[in-house]
Design a protein around this ligand. Structure first.
Ligand code: ZN
Length: 305
């Protein structure tokens, strides 16, 4: 299988400028290295009816193209179940009955970082497990043999991050994000993962899981996010941030792409940008989005002049 990169949105609503910028970067990374570019809809959770169609239309509107059919995670339950079964067979899983509250209140293991699962259910006896099964369905957790793992990232270099006994399958039966992403990337031949740097801390867990499953660990590039005035990750509540919103105030999809490309120090035309794309030259700081400054007739700011 030829190498591939990907964009993998959750169909929870419309894509905003930050999502679109990450999609453009993933496309540039893939296309500039001769890779195929795949789209995967991560709809295991929080999917909203109709959102996928709008997202795909918006990607097309800013000039992103992709190869082959769009893949949806909800159609791949079998693949995820097989991977979990392989881990089960290797003794690398256990049942967890903890509520969110119990995990919060549990004393954390010595040296364990904030938020790491404290391992409460790791050593339950068969009797204790049987008792707890009667009152609550179990989640499936990975029995991790390490507490940290290192990944290589094109923009962040060597990154050492936490690995805990993370969830593989939630107690409502839904496959957990970390498991699905690892299985999907490997199965789709994706060897380059470009996504927002809010996901950098989950890369060591995913790379470790891939290594346990005997799967290739992809190359990572975690790119800076787009933020609002307060430095928080851009969200719908930050005003006109989607193509539809921006179109309504007179800013076309092509102009939005121009603003995104300018923020990356690249020409507005995707083909021209591809010819000069250099990951090493990308800005490493978040981009502060200001809709007001993108408005026609406003000088400076985001606006291309
Ligand atoms: Zn537990």
């Amino acid at each position: 299988m030829t190498a591939a990169g990907r964009f993998a949105p959750s169909p929870s609503g419309e894509l905003h400028v930050g999502n679109l910028r990450t999609a453009i970067l993933a496309w540039l990374f893939a296309r500039s290295t001769g890779r195929r570019f795949l789209l995967r809809v991560e709809d295991l959770d929080r999917a909203r009816a109709g959102a996928e169609e709008v997202q795909l239309r918006d990607l097309e509107a800013i000039g992103i193209d992709w190869d082959g059919a769009v893949v949806r995670q909800t159609e791949r339950a079998q693949l995820y179940a097989e991977a979990i079964r392989r881990l089960d067979d290797a003794g690398l899983t256990y049942e967890c009955f903890c509520t969110r509250r119990e995990i919060q209140d549990a004393p954390s293991a010595p040296h364990a970082p904030q938020g790491a699962y404290p391992g409460t259910c790791r050593r339950l006896t068969p009797e204790e497990r049987a008792l707890r099964r009667a009152s609550r369905p179990a989640a499936t957790r990975l029995r991790a043999a390490v507490s940290e793992w290192t990944v290589e990232d094109e923009l962040h270099g060597r990154y050492l991050g936490t690995v805990d006994d993370f969830v593989l399958r939630r107690n409502d039966g839904v496959t957990a994000y970390n498991l699905a992403v690892v299985v999907d990337d490997a199965e789709q031949g994706i060897d380059q993962v470009v996504r927002g740097d809010d996901l950098l801390s989950s890369a060591p867990r995913q790379a470790y899981l891939a290594s346990l499953l005997g799967l290739q660990v992809p190359q990572y590039a975690h790119v800076p996010l787009v933020v609002n005035h307060d430095g928080a990750r851009l969200a719908k509540r930050d005003g006109a941030v989607t193509l539809a919103d921006l179109g309504a105030v007179g800013i076309s999809a092509e102009e939005v792409r121009g603003l995104i490309m300018a923020s990356l120090g690249l020409p507005g035309d995707l083909k021209e940008a591809l010819a000069v794309f250099d990951p090493a030259a990308l800005p490493r700081e978040p981009w502060v989005w200001d809709t007001a400054l993108a408005m026609p007739g406003v000088a400076g700011g985001n606006r291309l002049n």
